[in-house]
Design a binder for this molecule. Structure first.
Ligand SMILES: [Zn+2]
Length: 440
């Protein structure tokens, strides 16, 4: 009888110790419904941290001993064509990136896309970061909290906490606001060689006139479908020092490379589109003067290149040489409309396919007629007129102002709140793991 009692007590103690260890293991390793992924194995650790935390719950920590791209992510259901904002708190310690590129660090991002929040590197205390995006044609997105990035890998430590998803209200007008950044200097190293280009007084005059022409001709060419186009111009004297290489286009300026110079002008200004204007020689590029269809945190973004040649008329109005000097601006901007409609699943002609529909590049005004017909859906075919669907003028990029009266989507990135919920979570995860084993 006595012996049985002792056994019972010992067994109870054993159970308590076991439960304690299971719970401890759970609280250090449990990433709830997040899926863990990394580029290289055995470099990064994913743990929960009870000491370094922002609120009540242990924080989510990624430690990368060496350069890696590591993230924990969750697939979230979204409504099509809707503005969303993801926020979290982040803290970093000794985060450095392999190639020293600005776009990498601790960040929020959507897997397999370039959509991301600003990235935090170095050592910094808890701060809030946010990623805003439009779901466009998607019904689910995989949202990741990441140490690394799609451009570069990182090492160091990053803590994340207090994840939140909000749904916003989209602006539905056809007024477009453009930020035009004129960079006086490019001062970079290309293939071990220093390059150094400065805009001349004539370049500045030409480009300012061209921006003014773009402002009025883009609304005229849309035949009023774009209700207004407002361009703000900024001269930037801090040089562009980082060029990105692409197999097809050669060197160009990625949006992350100019973020430090432009962000103070972008914040709070409600822009829809960004032009980066600078000089590069033909040697650095593969046959382009403008590059479009890129993004700066969800806004349209393009490069406008000035030629390294004296006295050329690419951006200068002259009745006998060039009557449409704003062509490069129009062309690159229309690439963004082309991309938006393609992402929404519309069937539209490609911007480069003018010759297919009988248009030619004319000596004075280039492809002006093609762009005007493209913008007003007036390209004649034997199946009727085609071009941009007019809806594109009101598909504005997602901006922080979309979230003035936002709705928080509860239960996303859910954290169990009590012991009972934690036990349910353990069983749920065990079930998931088991069913994955059977699937394999
Ligand atoms: Zn093009």
């Amino acid at each position: 009888m006595k012996f049985k009692k002792i056994l019972e007590i010992l067994f109870t103690i054993f159970l308590i110790i076991l439960i304690f260890f299971v719970f401890n293991f759970y609280s250090v390793n449990n990433f709830n419904d997040f899926y863990l992924s990394k580029s290289h194995l055995n470099i990064s650790k994913f743990t929960r941290d009870k000491e370094e935390k922002y609120s009540n719950n242990p924080s989510y920590k990624i430690t990368s001993e060496d350069y890696n791209d590591a993230m924990f992510s969750q697939t979230v259901k979204v409504k099509k064509d809707t503005s969303y904002k993801v926020t979290c708190m982040v803290k970093t310690k000794d985060v450095v990136s392999k190639n020293n590129l600005t776009g990498s660090g601790a960040q929020i991002s959507i897997e397999e896309s370039t959509e991301k929040s600003p990235s935090i590197s170095g050592t910094s205390d808890w701060q809030k970061i946010e990623m805003i995006f439009n779901s466009r044609g998607r019904e689910e997105v995989n949202i990741g909290f990441r140490l690394g990035g799609y451009v570069d890998e990182c090492k160091g430590e990053a803590w994340f906490s207090d994840f939140k998803l909000e749904e916003g209200t989209k602006e539905k007008n056809a007024d477009w606001r453009f930020a035009c950044f004129i960079f006086d200097n490019v001062n970079a190293t290309v293939n071990g060689q220093k390059i150094d280009y400065t805009l001349s007084q004539q370049d500045i005059i030409d480009i300012n006139n061209t921006i003014k022409r773009f402002e009025s001709s883009i609304t005229t060419m849309s035949n009023g479908l774009m209700t207004s186009a407002k361009c703000d111009t900024y001269r930037i004297d801090t040089p562009i020092t980082e060029l990105t290489y692409d197999e097809t286009y050669g060197y160009f300026v990625d949006s992350s490379s100019v973020e430090p110079q432009i962000k103070e002008y972008m914040n709070g200004n409600n822009y829809d589109y960004v032009f980066i204007i600078f000089k590069l020689d033909d040697q650095q590029v593969k046959d382009w003067v403008g590059l479009g269809a890129m993004e700066y945190y969800g806004l349209g973004y393009s490069n406008i290149r000035l030629l390294n040649k004296d006295n050329n008329y690419l951006y200068r109005y002259n009745a006998r040489v060039n009557t449409f000097p704003e062509e490069v601006f129009v062309h690159e901007f229309l690439h963004t409309y082309e991309r938006i409609l393609q992402e929404y699943g519309y069937k539209i002609p490609e911007l480069h396919d003018y010759s297919k529909y009988g248009y030619t590049n004319k000596s004075l005004e280039g492809l002006k007629q093609w762009y005007a017909d493209y913008m007003t859906c007036n390209i004649k075919t034997n199946k009727g007129n085609i071009g941009l669907d007019p809806i594109v003028y009101t598909i504005k990029p997602t901006k922080s102002t979309d979230f003035q009266n936002s709705t928080v989507i509860e239960n996303t990135f859910y954290e169990p709140q009590n012991v009972f919920e934690k036990i349910v979570q353990i069983f749920k995860k065990a079930g998931k793991n088991l069913s994955n084993i059977f699937k394999d």
